[in-house]
Design a protein around this ligand. Structure first.
Ligand SMILES: [Zn+2]
Length: 203
């Protein structure tokens, strides 16, 4: 299903995405069961209307929870949606070259990567390897909410989404279109228990 022309504005794209999540939650997806080669072929040239950055968590498959089909959204997933240059460059490509107007950062409850960062800071034991890079990118959010706060994990999940959104809004190639209102970067949270996606309110 090619995107409707209306989805070419940030607001319309967001409405389209959230409508897909409501279909998913209600158990009445339009695309959910059409994971077939025929659906792939029908997508033709891609005309995505949103790019989503989410976590690698196996319980959060983005195309499914937004009831999307082949060709409708671009998806990037890293542990706790941590940014690096490849992620930022990929989003810049989708916005700049494919004309996508909406970027959504989707965190989720009980995120293990954020939990690892909380544990690392509390125990003062950083993991080795490239996992350290991931944990170190989440750590500022944990510090902001307070390492010793009993709710540090859920609070840091939200803070980390906001920080990721802020970083993307300030990105070299995204800042201009965002300031002009041509592109929106929004943060949202996925509830594993209900399947619902809720936008994080602007602060
Ligand atoms: Zn996660």
């Amino acid at each position: 299903m090619p995107p409707a022309p209306a989805a070419r504005t940030p607001r319309a794209a967001l409405a389209e995405l959230l409508a897909g999540n409501r279909r998913f939650v209600s158990g009445q997806p339009v695309h959910g069961h059409d994971v077939t080669a025929a659906a792939a072929v029908a997508s033709g040239d891609q005309q995505p209307y949103a790019v989503l950055l989410g976590c690698i968590d196996s319980r959060v498959p983005l195309e499914a929870i937004f009831d999307q089909t082949f060709g409708s959204i671009c998806v990037i997933r890293t542990g706790a949606h941590v940014l690096d240059r490849a992620v930022c460059g990929s989003i810049e490509y989708v916005v700049g070259q494919l004309g996508v107007r909406l970027v959504m950062v989707l965190g989720h409850e009980r995120c293990g990567a954020v939990g690892s960062a909380v544990d690392a800071l509390r125990s003062e034991r950083r993991p080795g390897g490239s996992l350290r890079y991931v944990v170190d990118r989440i750590a500022p959010a944990v510090h902001e909410v307070g390492v010793d706060d009993p709710d540090a994990h859920p609070l840091a999940i939200r803070r980390h989404v906001r920080r990721t959104v802020a970083t993307l809004r300030a990105d070299d190639l995204l800042a201009g279109p965002v300031t002009a209102g041509e592109v929106a970067v929004v943060g949202a949270l996925y509830d594993l228990a209900t399947g619902e996606v809720a936008l994080l309110p602007e602060e």
